[in-house]
Design a binder for this molecule. Structure first.
Ligand code: SF4
Length: 387
């Protein structure tokens, strides 16, 4: 049987509070039967509290509703996020007083509270799962959908994959992109060509390696795989290859597999708010400009299905190119708009594909609209002359 994804559209038929997204969140909470499931549970509400000057993260009004539902059901909620985002969360409106429960750094204030899981993957041997995530007995994963510079899309999977690991593992996950070699200096006869390769990249995607002068270092986050550097680099000396791009998405899937292995299947549920979707992750706080139409709110017990549903719902959204920083370039218009933005080797569906391969969930799902938008029939007015 396909997992169900409950969905509330961002659209309304009328100017009616009962049709707003917070009201639809209430309907999704009911459908997920959240209150009945959290009695006597220590519930971690994993969200992203943003960073710096970002204001596109989940509005406190939504978070407070989830916290209240947990309390109404007899659960003990707390919010967890990575330490560098929790420090300063109050500047973006997240306080215990507003949200109704405490906000903790998931691996402790000094990033030293974690449990190790041995799972060799590329450059990672042991994964450091944040201690407070493991201590919880129920997980409510509340993600904000947006773009991401490494994996193109940040949603439910990304919220757990990075946000539930201690700092050293988060860094190692990003470094996994460097695991497979992509630069072969023995193929370069003219050392001056290195500076030309660096200069041809319009987005700072490739630089001279600061630890190994004369070698090239690829900034995967910046690179949109336009191929200009390949046109300049001597043949065979440089690769822009999926081995260096897909690995981060596979690392995310492995991380989520570890996180969810600590909860019984019925003790985790996932919500995604797909509004004010920005080009890059909320970690940066660089921009809060939306680049796609708001899609709505989604909820499911299947983390893969809920992310897949968000991607499908936004797949045909126009990319609001006027809201993009001028430093970002669109050079392909195939596939999902986030793929246009981050390049063909950062297909947003790769995260759900790797997750499905690990058996975390299903890319096939049944979508249930909790409050379908009614189409309004206007009375035919016929011809009315202008006054
Ligand atoms: S492929 Fe394009 S964006 Fe990536 S490093 Fe090369 S020039 Fe830069």
């Amino acid at each position: 049987m396909k997992p169900v994804v409950y969905y509330g559209s961002a659209r309304q038929a009328r100017l009616d509070a009962g049709e707003t997204l917070p009201a639809k969140l209430d309907l999704i909470i009911d459908k997920l039967n959240l209150r009945d499931r959290v009695k006597d549970e220590l519930v971690v509400l994993k969200m992203h509290t943003g960073n710096n000057l970002g204001y596109s993260t989940i509005h406190p009004l939504f978070v407070r509703k989830v916290v209240k539902a947990i309390r109404d059901g007899g659960g003990e909620p707390f919010i967890a996020d990575v330490e560098w985002d929790v420090h300063g969360a109050e500047t973006r409106g997240y306080t215990a007083e507003v949200l109704g429960c405490p906000i903790y750094p998931a691996s402790g204030p000094s990033n030293k509270y974690f449990y190790s899981y041995h799972r060799p993957f590329k450059n990672i041997e042991d994964w450091r799962l944040a201690g407070l995530i493991k201590d919880a007995t129920f997980m409510v994963n509340f993600a904000h959908a947006k773009g991401h510079p490494s994996c193109s899309y940040g949603g439910a999977m990304k919220n757990l994959a990075l946000g539930c690991m201690a700092g050293e593992t988060r860094s190692a996950m990003h470094d996994s992109c460097q695991f497979e070699p992509y630069f072969f200096p023995e193929m370069v006869k003219d050392a001056g060509i290195i500076q030309q390769v660096v200069a041809v990249c319009p987005v700072g995607g490739i630089v001279e390696d600061k630890h190994h002068p004369g070698q090239l270092h690829l900034h995967i986050e910046n690179c949109n795989q336009c191929g200009r550097c390949l046109a300049v680099a001597p043949k065979g000396s440089l690769k822009i290859d999926k081995a260096n791009f897909h690995v981060f998405m596979e690392a995310c899937a492995n991380s989520v597999d570890i996180v969810l292995s600590t909860f019984a299947k019925e003790k985790a549920t996932h919500l995604v708010l797909a509004t004010q979707m920005t080009p890059v992750c909320d970690c940066f706080g660089f921009t809060s400009m939306p680049i796609m139409n708001d899609a709505g709110i989604f909820g499911s017990d299947d983390i893969i299905a809920v992310d897949e549903a968000v991607l499908d719902a936004t797949a045909n959204s126009p990319l609001i190119e006027g809201n993009l920083p001028t430093s970002m370039e669109v050079h392909t218009r195939e596939g999902h708009p986030l793929r246009w933005l981050h390049g063909p080797l950062k297909d947003p569906y790769m995260v759900t594909e790797f997750g499905q391969q690990l058996g975390i969930g299903s890319r096939q799902y049944e979508l249930v609209d909790v409050l379908p938008v009614e189409s309004i029939q206007f009375a035919p007015m016929g011809y009315i002359p202008a006054k």
